[in-house]
Design a protein around this ligand. Structure first.
Ligand SMILES: NC(=O)c1ccc[n+]([C@@H]2O[C@H](COP(=O)([O-])OP(=O)(O)OC[C@H]3O[C@@H](n4cnc5c(N)ncnc54)[C@H](O)[C@@H]3O)[C@@H](O)[C@H]2O)c1
Ligand SMILES: OC[C@H](O)C(O)[C@@H](O)CO
Length: 323
């Protein structure tokens, strides 16, 4: 199967009825095409369409290819000041826009984000743009927290191998959330069971919890905390009406600097090395040039992989996800 669903490109040709785009336009590609007829589609929640054709999701091939065909309303023209490289990052940013909308974050609120991978980092950036005054990044890897702090987090917390309740208590104290009774909103962007368990103890009475991370199908969940605190719990899946547009606006207006997440660009023939390099855990995003682009050598990074670091990162990810 062809991989790829985070992409941007240049229009080569358009169908007869298309008036919104022309050859040469640079666009961010929304990679999932709903049926437009079912009840979720008609009620404006097309991301929940059961007949979605989503790139790189079986049986549909992905966007890591020379040419791609898409409905014109799922191709978003990029403003002059937004590069094609930034355009490729609109997809994960739209995921973060949707998660953060589900969190209903208000100006001045505190938001804890579990997981400082690309999605968690972008949720932090969007929460800040929505006016959150405290953005607390949580991870099990210190280097990820260091980056989060340099990106948008106001506070960081390195999750310890202690009970979820103890991690929650320590975090609430460290982030000065005691008076608030916890965080106004907690977002899980890790999918890891211990993180999800701690989240329900971190959120304040009447606060909001959003499940953005995708991990195991079934986990043990402190449901009594949800009940006793009257927590609003929401899921978040991909993105829907207006999310891509808002993501592009956030980049164009300079409110979210997605360029900071890019470690380098590799030519198409080095795509596999790029995936390995990301698995090693030392970089955030590597862009892969399309096969028709004139990128001959990797720009900005050495793609050689340190096998020891690769194994260590796989072990850490597995530990985060299962214990
Ligand atoms: N809801 C959606 O539509 C949607 C879309 C895209 C991605 N996702 C999911 O969002 C999550 C984040 O995506 P990503 O690309 O940033 O992934 P990622 O793997 O790069 O980031 C996950 C981060 O969580 C950290 N982590 C692991 N265990 C932890 C724990 N116990 N406590 C705190 N942090 C912990 C990891 O160290 C890592 O930095 C993934 O689960 C992914 O599948 C969901
Ligand atoms: O960003 C979109 C996500 O990566 C996809 O929904 C995928 O992870 C699940 O099908």
């Amino acid at each position: 199967m062809v991989l790829g669903h985070e992409s941007a490109g240049t229009v080569v040709s358009v169908g007869n009825a298309v008036t919104s785009l022309k050859a040469g336009d640079r666009v961010a590609l929304e990679p999932g095409y709903p049926c437009r007829r079912c009840s979720p589609c008609l009620s404006g929640h097309y991301n929940l369409c059961p007949d979605m054709r989503f790139a790189a999701t079986p049986p549909y091939d992905g966007t890591l290819t020379g040419f791609w065909t898409a409905p014109s309303d799922f191709c978003y023209k990029l403003p002059e000041n937004v590069s094609l490289q930034e355009g490729a990052l609109i997809e994960p940013l739209a995921v973060a826009v949707h998660i953060t909308k589900q969190g209903n974050i208000q100006p001045g609120q505190s938001v804890v984000i579990m997981g400082a991978g690309p999605v968690g980092l972008l949720c932090g950036a969007v929460a800040k743009a929505y006016g959150a005054s405290k953005v607390i990044a949580v991870d099990i890897v210190q280097s990820k927290l260091d980056f989060a702090k340099s990106f948008t987090a106001t506070h960081t917390y390195l999750s310890q191998r202690v009970s979820p309740e103890e991690n929650a208590r320590n975090l609430i104290e460290a982030a000065d959330l005691v008076e608030n009774g916890g965080a106004d909103c907690v977002i899980d962007a890790s999918g890891a069971e211990p993180s999800i368990q701690a989240s329900l103890h971190i959120v304040r009475m009447g606060g909001t919890y959003v499940q953005g991370g995708m991990g195991k199908d079934n986990i043990t969940f402190p449901i009594m905390a949800l009940c006793l605190k009257e927590v609003t719990a929401k899921g978040s899946f991909r993105y829907g009406s207006g999310d891509y547009k808002l993501a592009i606006d956030l980049v164009a207006s300079g409110k979210v600097d997605v360029k900071k997440l890019v470690n380098g660009v590799v030519p198409f023939k080095k795509a596999e090395e790029a995936f390995q390099k990301v698995k090693e855990g030392q970089v955030i995003k590597i862009l892969i040039a399309g096969p028709n682009e004139k990128v001959e050598e990797s720009e900005g990074l050495d793609t050689s992989v340190d096998e020891k670091k690769l194994k260590e990162n796989e072990k850490a990810s597995a530990a985060g996800g299962c214990c």
